[in-house]
Design a protein around this ligand. Sequence first.
Ligand code: GRF
Length: 202
Amino acid sequence: AKVAVLISGTGTNMAALLYASRQPGSAYEIVLVASNRAEAAGLALAEAEGIATFARPHKGMERADHDALMEQAVLDAGADYIVLAGYMRILSPEFTERWHGRMLNIHPSLLPKYRGLETHKRAIEAGDPVAGASVHLVSSELDAGEVLGQTEVAIRADDTAETLAERVKLAEHQLYPRVVNEYVGRIFDGEWLLGQLRDLAL
Ligand code: GRF
């Protein structure tokens, strides 16, 4: 499968996905790394690794218009899946609906706990014994799509949001490539088949 990765920042999950895709037997390859921030460190890393990149700041643009530009870049690259990896933009419902079943995200909490921002701070303040990360399908409701995989990370008594975030990222780097690989490599793709049938009927 061909995968486009959308990032806004350091892109450590993108790097983990990229290097995992170079392992023998990988079910996916990364054909594009796109960002809404031209200075995202992950873009430079992708370039150095010979991956096509695309950057388009969203400033001054309507959300749906910016989404459309990102989507066009994804389509031009021939990607059949979009993998969000620290892409800090809420996507328009039209975009998420069109890619339903073909767009994944990673979120730094054990969903359905702590949707949205500041997940680590909230988990520590709640006195939770564990935090973690979840990979889920993207739906129009923020961080609410079907969960495809999770990893737990213990919360230590001396953890701050920052120290916890660091360990959760280590766990994310193991979790995300495995789940993407399993998901895009699944043999029976019901969602895809239904889409093809719908297109034929038009
Ligand atoms: C990760 O913690 C991810 O769960 C969240 O944003 C962060 C991205 O980090 N959605 P990076 O850019 O992959 O290092």
